[in-house]
Design a protein. Structure first.
Length: 128
């Protein structure tokens, strides 16, 4: 599921990542994937993508993770997505958690999107 290369370098980030993973496992989220995005954006260090079995399960996962992390001193700054939707995001500033139904996860394929390397055309270089 996770490896050392995907863990944040600072202790606070690693503690947050571990707390989110534990909370996800406790509420039976599936296909938990940790993505290190430090070399791709300054908006966050880590993205975690997990699947829920239904919209109701996604709501329970998000609520449980938010409550568990708040008890540990990690309050999320905000949530995107509504109860009953197929994709909900919790933003912990340095870590963003996406909980999705498998169909939405397959359609958006966030892990592949965030693992792409910039091309010359993406960076504005010309072929001249």
């Amino acid at each position: 599921m996770t490896d050392q290369a995907s863990q944040p370098k600072n202790a606070h980030g690693a503690e947050l990542t571990d707390a989110v993973i534990t909370a996800l496992e406790d509420i039976k989220a599936t296909d938990i994937e940790v993505i290190d995005v430090r070399d791709k954006t300054t908006l966050m260090d880590t993205m975690i993508v997990a699947s829920g079995t239904s919209s109701r399960h996604i709501s329970a996962v998000v609520r449980s993770v938010a409550e568990d992390l708040k008890e540990k001193g990690f309050a999320s700054s905000h949530q995107e997505g509504e109860t009953g939707s197929d994709w909900v995001l919790l933003d912990f500033t340095d870590l963003v958690l996406h909980v999705m139904l498998p169909d939405a996860r397959a359609m958006y394929d966030l892990p592949s999107l965030w693992s792409m390397k910039p091309t010359d055309s993406d960076s504005g270089a010309s072929d001249q």
